[in-house]
Design a protein. Sequence first.
Length: 331
Amino acid sequence: MSKAITLQEFIMDAQAEFPFVSGQLTRLLTDIGVAAKIVNHQVNRAGLAGILGESGTQNSHEESQQKLDVFADRTFMRILTAGKSVAGIGSEEQEDFILCGDRGKLGKYVVMIDPLDGSSNIDVNVSIGTIFSIYRRVTPLGAALQNHDFLQAGTEQIVAGYILYGSSTMLVYTTGSGVNGFTLDPAVGEFFLSHPGMKFPDSGTIYSINDALLDAAPEAIKRFIAGCRDTKGVGLKGRYIGSLVTDFHRNLIKGGVYLYPSTKTNPQGKLRLMYECNPLAFIANQAGGLAEDDRGKILQKSPTHLHERSPFYVGSTNMMQALRSCWMASS
Ligand code: AHM
Ligand code: MG
């Protein structure tokens, strides 16, 4: 039987293999693993701790924050800020970006994070997640961090990942050379490599969309979903949890496509480009899948503000290609 590889060992080995990966990045990834364990602990005991329910405050999108949202945000902020490798953080839960240390003069990296995604599922004990991505700072070390350090295109991500608080807790991430998944063993408090080299099956059979949005979605999306429903015995399945990390993770393993469309009232959809779409698009590409908005590739988009939203379609290549045909047929 081969020896189980811990997340820490995996990160250290990767550093040895890639000389350009600095000790700072290794520490940062390790810190994310530590924060994930703390949040996981709180997620698992949420009902007991009396922490369920709304916190009474609102985040920058004027959505009421759940207590666990606030806890997760504070935990990641505290740990990442203390780690010295992060110059600044953009969080879905914070109006403005956070500068670490002396106005972000030190630290090589910028982190974008959705500390607890799928918050409508917290109170009903359904899987939720954390999504993160890491960029190199643009402003030279020693200078105060600027807006453009945060507003980088998704192509500039050097790491992206998510933590899924599900029936087991997983951390999945890419540094641009494939996607690897680690499962937390709660007995020993360690993440172990459980899903090396994750790949989207080329042929997906699952489509995930909030059906209530369909009437207001673009013609291409209506056409695509009509095609999914008209399976002619192929046996496609509609599955939508309403927790992006969970829907994405299931589709990555089983093969499928997730769609959050633009609508007449929300032409930019709902999901946030920097915290949700870009990291998952990077992971999808590294896992052999595709990620697009209404016009094409997600990762090339130049963000104009921190909390920008974007339509988002991501998944197995065969389904994404079928979706592309629908855009062409509807144009
Ligand atoms: P959140 O970051 O406020 O939790 O919102 C993002 C979530 C995604 O996890 C999920 O896929 C989507 O919103 C569900 O939205 P809807 O309820 O409109 O289908
Ligand atoms: Mg979210």
